[in-house]
Design a protein around this ligand. Sequence first.
Ligand code: ATP
Ligand code: MG
Length: 553
Amino acid sequence: MSTPERPVSSNFIRTIITEDLESGKRDQVVTRFPPEPNGYLHIGHAKSFSLNFGLAEDFGGCCHLRFDDTNPLKENDEFVEAIKADVRWLGFDWGEHLHFASDYFDQFYLWAVQLIKAGKAYVDSQTAEQMRENRGTLTKPGVDSPYRDRSREENLELLEKMKNGDFPDGAHILRAKIDMSSPNMNLRDPAMYRILHAHHHRCGDQWCIYPMYDFAHGQGDSIEGVTYSICTLEFEDHRPLYDWFIQELGIFAPQQIEFARLNLSYTVMSKRKLLQLVNDKHVSGWDDPRMPTLVGMRRRGYPPEAIRTFCERIGVGRGASWIDLSVLEECVREQLNQTAFRRQAVLDPIKVTIANYPADKVEELDAPNHPQQPDMGIRKLPFSHELYIERNDFMEDPPKKFFRLAPGREVRLRNGYIIKCEEVIKDENGEVVELKCSADLDTLGKNPVGRKVKGIIHWVSAEQAKEVEVRLYDRLFNQENPDKGENYLEALNPESMQTTTALIEPELLAAEPGTTFQFERVGYFTVDSEDSQRGKPVFNRTVTLRDTWAKLK
Ligand code: ATP
Ligand code: MG
């Protein structure tokens, strides 16, 4: 028996499929991910496509990538390409199965004609206003359109004319003839086709009528032989409509299964809102590292494996699911902890001079790239008589549990010697500007005899250190549910990005964009892919380290 490549946790959809296959109800698994190319994908979409591609993988089936491109006003090729890149980035492959709803426009039109001929569709010529009025409400049944009983011939002729461009936008609409008093609003003669004189990113100006999403989606699934049409709960009420179309047309019936969408705390996920954040310049673009988009997360340095682990870990259910952002961050840390090279960088420096170390000497210390993974090799770390350490690693008057540097105390320099603080130098304002220390030169890679030194701090050699720009990212919103209040923009965190500098070990200057490092004791940082230049990297804080303090106590 082969071991699965990734941990498979069960969920109700997997259970349904397993039963169907066992009972012979279905003999294969075909799923699909059906994005509309009107924006970039976010972490919620990742949940959806991980599920769809994951199920196909688990059951030896296949998963299609189908763009539901029925609204030319909002869709374009930039989004198509970005979505493809995102799905690939997470490691999924649609193989031969890249599809577009627009591939089926001819077929959809024929089906519309078929429904008219069967007396199941009609052209309505009410104004949008009248239609809204006559639709009724949840408590009030709708009213039949005066055009509902048009003859088949008249309907066919009107549809043809609509298609030929004889009418302006909004003049007529093709509707399914179902039931204006149905308690399900979706069944009150829903629209099938509308007139829209718009250029389509794939069809050009071939069409001036476009199918509604609801008339395209289910039939797209049917054409492709999708056995499990998995979608989010808001489509539950649309299911009877999709089933109605499938049944009236007498075509292959996919099975729709709904699950709860992902809601992530401190985040908004509606495309409209994400677009507004971009357009109103609250962020630098769709790929701003604070965005919940996959392009943003990639730029931030989230590894794709972490996102897949997250999608697996949060599970799939039907109850509203609110997931805390920290769950995602923890997946990122777990992954990076295994793979990120360790480096040293100081963000808030204070100078240290080692009095007993020769002023003209530079030593190249061996430093492992990863403390638990010798395979990752070592790098050379320059050491000299002048260093920088982190300001908060020194306290003049430390509390009992503080094991780092203090007057008369010893601490280990990471990958280096043990030093002792001999003297504190202050400026005229009483601020500490320099620490004069001595090094125990017999402590490289070994413990001192007769005493125990608990604390370890990071450092860089002053002369060799390089200064670089660092962006400290934090949550984009400072309220748990930004959608809750009056205006989600008010929940924006003004401190979601702070720019500062860091002194880094020289080796890091050559770091390639997109590479992530752990700055030891500081956090995970990724070389920005947009704003870095050769020899001048800009570092994005990917995620903080948990328990920086706990380690030192
Ligand atoms: P909007 O919500 O802005 O209208 P959308 O997110 O529904 O847009 P689509 O491109 O239609 O955008 O989504 C593609 C698929 O991703 C759909 O099947 C949808 O159900 C799913 N999806 C979208 N958001 C989430 C989410 N937060 N959690 C899980 N699945 C989602
Ligand atoms: Mg949608």
